[in-house]
Design a protein around this ligand. Structure first.
Ligand code: UDP
Length: 242
């Protein structure tokens, strides 16, 4: 597989069709493989947080989520050709899974959000079975209960939307304990599937301006976003041999 290093994170460079095929293959293996979808914030965080870096390194699929990752790869002289936002990958995968009646478990977001997402996903992908949901604010003591709940349903796919770095570390720590096919760490995607948060219109996404749209809609994200050009500076620094 073609993997491209961006500041210590090895990304898979593949188009959406190849990614869906690979994911379907993982599901058949049923060893609970997992996919991560790092954006620039996660790439930068991996340089400081060893647990997160280990969880990303151990992932079976590493897909470039933000346009900043693509720009950084270009600056480094090893361009990633395919940007693949996690939510686009998950949507294409669920469309494919709905053709063969597979089961999805939704884990994450605030109380009630996963239920809403389940309703909307069932409408959108009629052949898909949303077999169970759980919110993302359970305490560590309740982790075993969450695992039991999921294992009793043996889903083919688990959407893990606990926010970074919690979701990546959770997937690594629990993969071996889970009776499932594949997990995808998807951050705020549950809120989008539920209709609680609106995704940027297609035109903005095509222009690579999804981050700007989110900033306009949720100005409080400025504190997080202000750090993002850091990935470009870090790439430039690496390229010039700093
Ligand atoms: N979240 C969660 N459990 C937590 C922390 C966050 O379920 O302990 C959820 C939160 O409700 C939101 C999602 O994680 O739905 C994504 O959070 P974040 O803003 O970090 O992700 P991004 O928007 O960057 O994808």
């Amino acid at each position: 597989m073609n993997r491209i290093d961006v500041l210590g994170v090895e990304f898979d460079d593949m188009d959406i069709v190849a990614a869906v095929e690979l994911a379907m293959g993982f599901m058949e293996e049923r060893r609970c493989a997992y996919a991560v979808t790092p954006n620039p914030e996660i790439v930068l965080e991996c340089r400081k947080n060893r647990k997160l870096a280990a969880a990303v390194r151990a992932a079976d699929m590493v897909l470039p989520d933000g346009v900043g990752v693509i720009y950084a790869s270009r600056i480094l002289g090893t361009p990633i050709k395919n940007r693949l936002p996690g939510i686009d990958f998950a949507s294409a995968l669920m469309a494919r899974m709905s053709e063969c009646g597979k089961k999805v478990f939704l884990l994450g977001a605030k109380s009630g959000v996963a239920e809403l997402a389940a309703e909307r996903l069932t409408e959108r992908y009629p052949g898909l079975e949303i077999c169970g949901v759980n919110d993302g604010y359970f305490a560590q003591e309740d982790n075993e209960l969450v695992l039991e709940k999921i294992n009793a349903l043996s889903p083919d796919l688990i959407l893990v939307c606990l926010g970074a770095p919690r979701q990546e570390i959770w997937m690594k720590n629990n993969a071996e304990l889970l009776n499932a096919g594949l997990m995808i760490g998807l951050g705020g995607a549950m809120d989008v599937y539920a209709g609680v948060v609106e995704r940027a219109p297609r035109k903005w996404r095509k222009l690579g301006l999804e981050w700007l749209y989110r900033l306009i809609k949720e100005p409080r994200r400025i504190k997080r976003m202000i750090k993002l050009p850091g990935i470009l500076f870090a790439a430039l620094w690496r390229r010039i041999g700093g």
